[in-house]
Ligand binder design. Structure first.
Ligand SMILES: Nc1ncnc2c1ncn2[C@@H]1O[C@H](COP(=O)(O)OP(=O)(O)O)[C@@H](O)[C@H]1O
Ligand SMILES: [Mg+2]
Length: 285
């Protein structure tokens, strides 16, 4: 288990978040260093999105502390986090499909030229910069006028990543950027994650896919039901074990046993006067 956290860029200690009586996060500690990728793994409902929202300044934690560059933080809004260079790329990407790549790139931070009544959107600068910045990430944009909606999912993710990097991200938080993508496109996004890391950015990569996390991650924080189940460096954990952990390990064995019993029952000849169907069984949330 990782205990030493020398020079973390961003660190949280014992963060809890309650929504009324729902405990979304409990005593979660994690960190990311500059030039490293921290992977945050967990099944649906594990608390990943809640944790990101705490990191991004959207939610105030119920308890615990948050440090950035060694100083304790207390954000009132996502703008506070963004101004310090903590950038978050959400799954919906906050882009407008019918608008061009360059307009989306500068959405909310439009460059201008001139003063007062002569002030106008510096279109040439926006187009040039978009092409240049995308080029730095290894993407060749032939036509920055192309609507974002015509890009593939992987390319759209990379526009969002390039934008965050250009606007000075020190920490880049990516919420399931590969979840809706095919193998090849997921590979493209993983490449940009490595490029961001190589530029010295601390990347927090959220995913439920250990096969996506493992090749790019420096360490792996496994969340389960709002708590940290483990935090492992790549040296400490082989891929197979991470897969097993994500698959639910023991839970999966129980399920397998139950399925086998069901299948055996189905194969048996129907007994006369069989017990009435007991209807839907209560589910354990
Ligand atoms: N705004 C909210 N109000 C009440 N409960 C919430 C809220 N946001 C998340 N939760 C609950 O917190 C838990 C963790 O959710 P979430 O962080 O979305 O998990 P994940 O992203 O890992 O799927 C879930 O039980 C969810 O229902
Ligand atoms: Mg989520």
């Amino acid at each position: 288990m990782t205990t030493a956290t020398e020079n973390p860029l961003l660190e949280i200690r014992k963060i809890s978040k309650f929504f009324g009586s729902v405990i979304a996060l409990q005593d979660v500690s994690a960190f990311v260093r500059a030039g490293e990728v921290t992977c945050l793994l967990g099944d649906n409902g594990a608390g990943k999105s809640t944790l990101i929202k705490v990191l991004a300044g959207v939610h105030k934690p119920t308890d615990g502390s948050y440090f950035f560059e060694g100083r304790e933080m207390d954000f009132d809004s996502p703008r506070d986090a963004l101004d310090l260079g903590i950038a978050t790329v959400y799954q919906d990407l906050a882009m407008i499909p019918l608008m061009s790549i360059w307009r989306n790139f500068f959405l909310g931070s439009e460059p201008t030229r001139g003063f007062g009544p002569f002030k106008r959107y510096d279109v040439d600068f926006a187009k040039d910069t978009t092409r240049k910045e995308m080029g730095k990430m290894g993407i060749d944009i032939r036509d920055p006028d192309q609507p974002v909606g015509t890009l593939s999912g992987g390319e759209r993710q990379s526009v969002a990543i390039a934008r965050a990097v250009y606007f000075g991200a020190k920490v880049l938080i990516l919420d399931e950027p590969t979840a809706a993508l095919g193998v090849k496109q997921a590979g493209t996004v993983l490449k940009y994650i490595v490029q961001a890391k190589n530029r010295g950015i601390g990347v927090i990569f959220i995913t439920h896919n250990p096969h996506h996390a493992y090749p790019v991650g420096d360490h792996f924080v496994v969340l389960r039901r709002g708590q940290v189940y483990g935090d492992f460096t790549k040296e400490e954990i082989p891929l197979e074990q991470l897969v097993q952990m994500m698959a639910g390990g023991a839970d999966l064995e129980v399920l397998q046993h139950e399925l086998e019993t069901e299948l055996r029952r189905g194969a048996e000849p129907a007994a006369e006067g069989a017990a009435a169907d007991d209807g839907p069984s209560p589910e354990d949330g």
